[in-house]
Design a protein around this ligand. Structure first.
Ligand code: UGA
Length: 432
C-alpha cells in the first residue's frame, strides 16, 4: 500500500453496526470487504438493497457500491484486508448474559489469520478481549466499542464525540492504526487498555439507562406533588455538571442495547463478586414505568375489558423499525391480559411487529387505528404523529383520551381538539 492510499477494511457481521461501519468507511474512501453468514442478506446488499431502516444508510450503500464488496466468504475478506472489524451481535441470553456464540464462531475462523488486526466492535463483557487474545496469539487485537444510536447512526459515525481504543500493553501499534482510520472524523481519542475500553461501553450504556430511570422516577414524583417534569429536567440540565441529555421521561427504555447491557453489567459484576445494587433498581423502575400507562388508562376508563385501545408507534424509538425490547411489547401484552382490544399503527415497524404481537390488530394509518378507540397511547414519538388532525381524529374516536407516553404532543393543542391528555410527570389537561 503506497503512502496516502486508504487501507482496505474487513467487516465481519453485516447487521446494523456492521453495515453502518462498512458504508461509512467506504464513504471515507476505503475499499470494504464485508462478510455475513446469511447468503440472502449478502445477495440483497450486493444488489444495493438495504432492509434496515436507518436514515442515510441506503443512500451510502448505493453511492459507494463500487467500494463495497459483500460476501459470505471469510477467505475473501482475509485475503483482501488486514484490519478486520468484528460487528456480530451479542444478544441477551435467558439469564441476561451476552450471548457470545457469534463472536466465538468468528474467533474460531481466525486461528490462522496471520498478521491481521482484529478490531472488536461487538459489545462484549469486560475481560472477553483478554480471553480472545490468549486464543489468537498471532493476531493483533484492539477493542473499539461502538457508541452509535439507532436512527442517527450514520451521523454518529461521521461525527463521534469520542473514539475509544483499547490496546494490549506493548502492542500499541494496532491501536495507532485504528486511530488513524478514525482521525478524519474528529472526536476525542481515548487510548487505554482492552478491559477498560470494554468497561467504557458497558458503563456508558448503564449510566444513560440510569439517567432515564432516574428521570422517570422524578416524573412519577412530579405527578404526586404537582410539578412539571419538563421544567424540572430543563432546570437540572442547565447545570453543566448534569447536562441536558437523556432526561426525557417516558414509558421506559428499550432497544437492543440498554436492557441487554444493563443486565450484562449487573451479571458481570455479580460473577466477579460485586453486587451492583443500583442497576437492580434501574431495571425494576424501567419495568414499572411500562405498567404505569395501563394504570393511567384504568384510572380514566375503569376496567379495560372490551375497551379498544390504539397504540401509536411500536418501535422502541422513532426512525427505526427495531422492535427489540420495545415498551410496546410489554404494554400490548398487559392490555391484552386486562381484556382490552389492541389496535396499533407504526410508520415503519409494523411488518416486523406483526409476528411479535399476535392478537394486535394492525391498522393502515394512525387515523384508522384511532377510529372507534376508547383511548390512544402514544408509544413512539414519530414526528408525523404531530401532524395528525386531532380534531378529526377525536371525532372518529369513541372517547377523546390520549395517554402521551413520550410527552410528545402539545397538551394545550390536544385540549383545544377536545381531548383529555395525560403525559408523564406533567399535569393532566382536560378539553377546553
Ligand atoms: C444506545 C446508546 O445511546 C448508544 O450510544 C449505543 O451505541 C447503543 O445504545 C448501543 O449500545 O448500540 P440506542 O439503543 O440506539 O443507543 O438508542 P437511544 O437513543 O440511546 O435510546 C434507547 C432507549 O432510551 C429508547 O427506548 C428511548 O426512547 C429511551 N430514552 C432515551 C428515554 O426514554 N429517554 C431519554 O431521555 C433518552
Amino acid at each position: 500500500m503506497s503512502e496516502g492510499e486508504k487501507a482496505p477494511i474487513g467487516v465481519i457481521g453485516v447487521g446494523w453496526v456492521g453495515l453502518v461501519t462498512a458504508a461509512c468507511f467506504a464513504e471515507l474512501g476505503h475499499e470494504v470487504f464485508a462478510r455475513d453468514v446469511v447468503p440472502e442478506k449478502v445477495e440483497a446488499l450486493s444488489r444495493g438493497e438495504v432492509t434496515i431502516h436507518e436514515p442515510g444508510l441506503a443512500e451510502l450503500v448505493v453511492s459507494n457500491a463500487d467500494r463495497l464488496h459483500f460476501t459470505t466468504d471469510m477467505e475473501e475478506v482475509l485475503d483482501s484486508a488486514e484490519i478486520l472489524f468484528v460487528c456480530v451481535d451479542t444478544p441477551p441470553t435467558h439469564s441476561g448474559d451476552a450471548d457470545l456464540s457469534r463472536v466465538r464462531a468468528v474467533v474460531s475462523e481466525l486461528t490462522d489469520a496471520g498478521s491481521h488486526l482484529l478490531v472488536m466492535k461487538s459489545t462484549v463483557p469486560a475481560g472477553t478481549g483478554e480471553t480472545i487474545m490468549g486464543e489468537l496469539p498471532g493476531v493483533g487485537y484492539v477493542s473499539c466499542p461502538e457508541f452509535l444510536k439507532e436512527g442517527t447512526a450514520v451521523q454518529d459515525f461521521m461525527h463521534p464525540d469520542r473514539v475509544v481504543i483499547g490496546v494490549p500493553e506493548g502492542r500499541e501499534e494496532g491501536g495507532r492504526r485504528v486511530a488513524e482510520l478514525y482521525e478524519p472524523l474528529g472526536g476525542d481519542l481515548v487510548m487505554t487498555d482492552v478491559t477498560s475500553a470494554e468497561m467504557v461501553k458497558l458503563a456508558s450504556n448503564a449510566y444513560l439507562a440510569t439517567r432515564i430511570s432516574f428521570i422517570n422516577e422524578i416524573a412519577n414524583v412530579c405527578e404526586e406533588v404537582g410539578a412539571d417534569v419538563t421544567e424540572v429536567a430543563r432546570g437540572m440540565g442547565l447545570d453543566e455538571r448534569i447536562g441536558p441529555h437523556f432526561l426525557r421521561p417516558g414509558i421506559g427504555f428499550g432497544g437492543s442495547c440498554f436492557p441487554k447491557d444493563v443486565s450484562a453489567l449487573k451479571l458481570l459484576a455479580g460473577n466477579s463478586g460485586y453486587h451492583f445494587q443500583l442497576l437492580n433498581a434501574v431495571i425494576e423502575v424501567n419495568e414499572l414505568q411500562k405498567r404505569r400507562v395501563v394504570n393511567k388508562l384504568i384510572k380514566h376508563l375503569g376496567p379495560l375489558s372490551g375497551r379498544r385501545i390504539a397504540l401509536l408507534g411500536l418501535a422502541f424509538k422513532p426512525d427505526t423499525d427495531d422492535m427489540r425490547e420495545a415498551s410496546s411489547l410489554v404494554l400490548a401484552a398487559r392490555l391484552a391480559s386486562e381484556g382490552a382490544e389492541v389496535v396499533a399503527f407504526d410508520p415503519v415497524a409494523m411488518e416486523g411487529a406483526e409476528e411479535m404481537l399476535p392478537g394486535v390488530e394492525m391498522a393502515d394509518s394512525a387515523l384508522a387505528a384511532l377510529e372507534g378507540a376508547d383511548a390512544a397511547v402514544l408509544v413512539t414519538e414519530w414526528p408525523e404523529f404531530r401532524d395528525i388532525e386531532w380534531q378529526a381524529a377525536g371525532a372518529a374516536m369513541n372517547r377523546k383520551l390520549l395517554i402521551d407516553g413520550r410527552n410528545f404532543l402539545d397538551p394545550a393543542g390536544m385540549a383545544e381538539a377536545g381531548f383529555t391528555w395525560e403525559g408523564v410527570g406533567r399535569a393532566e389537561v382536560g378539553p377546553s
